[in-house]
Design a protein. Sequence first.
Length: 252
Amino acid sequence: MPPGRTPVVTKRVSDDQSGKVWEFVRKQVSAGHQVYVVYPVIEENEDNEIKAALKMYKELGQKVFPELRVGLLHGRLDADLKEQVMRMFQNRGLDILVATTVIEVGVDVSNATVMVIEHAERFGLAQLHQLRGRIGRGAAKSYCILMTGGKVSETGERRLSALVGTNDGFELAELDLELRGPGEFFGTRQAGLPSFQFANLIRDRQLLEAAKREAAAVMAGPNAEVSRQEIDLALRHMRVRWHRSYGLAEVG
């Protein structure tokens, strides 16, 4: 974490406690700070009951915080309007910014100290961590509030508990790898299980790292530990045995 920042306090609440959350938001704004409120979708869908940014922007602005300046930012706005809204928020022309994950990266407003994420169970762990990174960018204490609605899956519980428990991105990345799988190394899938016969990237990490070091030592030869003949033999064996799977390894 860069110097001058304080760790973000992360709390989880159910959406039936929204009244308390909005009161906390009001107090933070009264203290001179700004707030993000994030939703997973732009518009409502008849097939589910997920709160949407467009509807909640109207409800928050007209019913919950009529005395505050509430803005809206989502991916369907044209580039000029997005920039205009973001500039207003950066210049403290807005108290609350209702948004989708369009704010996940590239947004830096040090005066924003609160992020409320509704339907937090719908977001991935890495995504939640990225969103949380939009606050805590100044010296003031910051808060990330994860609001959940309805039943949360076992995997969702693990994601939320991990985010509440740590601000360490490396620790969260390891859990994300465990939950989602690493995807393919020589393919196009970004999630799933690798095509290993026996190894597991989480369970066998130390063994795999040791194998990597040994392979690097062999390829750095010949030396006192390994002869030129042994290296050539190993390379011939790899080409015959593994060329079909790892032919890309010889590119370049």
